[in-house]
Write a protein that binds this ligand. Sequence first.
Ligand code: NAP
Length: 263
Amino acid sequence: MHNAAIEALDIDYIYVPFHVMPENLGKAVEGIRALEIAGVNVTIPHKERIIEYLDEASDYSMQIRSVNTVINENGRLRGDTTDGPGFVRSAEAAWGKLDGCRVLILGAGGSAKAVSFALARIGCQVTIANRTRERAVELAEGLKAVFGKGVPEVVGLRVEELADVIRETDMVVNTTSVGMHPDVDGIPLPPDLLYPNLLVYDLVYNPAKTRLVSEAESRGAMAMTGLKMLVYQGAISFEMWTGREAPVDVMEKAAVRALHNKD
Ligand code: NAP
C-alpha cells in the first residue's frame, strides 16, 4: 500500500521489507543512518526494544513502550507509534468525533494497549474486558498512572458482566484475535448483546468480513473491520516520512488487493 501511494503521488521513494533478527537490531538501526533511509516501520518482535537505539521517542510511544515508525531527521532517529492514532483517525473518518465516548475494549494485549491509550488521550472512558483478568488489571493501572482519572473498569468475558457494561457503551472494540482466520466462526462476545446504532470496531482484518461485523450489521449496529486501522496507521507513517498527505483510498485498495486478492 505504501508503494501504491508513492506511485500515485509520483514521488521518489520505495518501501521494501527487511528481515532483521533480534541480535542484529542495533546494527540495523545504524544502517538506517548510514544508508540515509527516510524512515522505517517496525514490527514484532522489535517494537519495544528498538526504543533503546533511537535518539528520541514520542511521549505516547514511551507510555505504551512501543514504536512502529522511525523517522530519520538528518541522522537523528525519532520513534513514534501510529497504531492507536490510526485506529482513532479511521474510526473518526467513518463515525465522526469520538472525544468523550464510552468504549468497551475486548482484550488486553498489545493492540488493546495502543487503542486504549489513544482513546484515553482524547477523553474517552474506557472499560476493559479480557479473558485473563490480571492482564486487564495491569492495563487499567497503566492507564490510570498516565491519565490519573481513576482506574478504568475491568470486567470478564462472561455474558452477565458484558451485558451490564455494553448497555452503557457507545463503542465496542475487539482487540482479541478471536474471529481471525482460520477461526472465522469465532466471535468475542455473544451476538445477542449487540444492538442498533452501537459502534463496533473489529481489529481483525482477515477474513474481509468477520463474524462479529456480520452479526453487528444484522442487528443494526455500525461496524467495521481492522483493515481501516491497518491502512490509516500506514497512512500516518507515510505522512511522517514524506510530509505529503497520504492517498488513503489508493492505499486501502492496494491493501485489499494484497490481503484478499481482489479489486
Ligand atoms: P496479543 O498481544 O497477543 O493479545 C491477544 C489478546 O487476545 C489477549 O487479550 C488475549 O487474551 C485475547 N485472546 C486470544 N485468544 C482468545 C480467546 N480464544 N478468547 C478470548 N480472548 C482471547 O495480540 P495483539 O497484537 O493485540 O493482536 C490482537 C488482534 O488484533 C489480532 O487479530 C491482530 O491481527 C489484530 N491487530 C490488528 C491491527 C490492525 O491494524 N487492524 C493492529 C494490531 C493487531 P489473554 O490475555 O487472556 O490471553
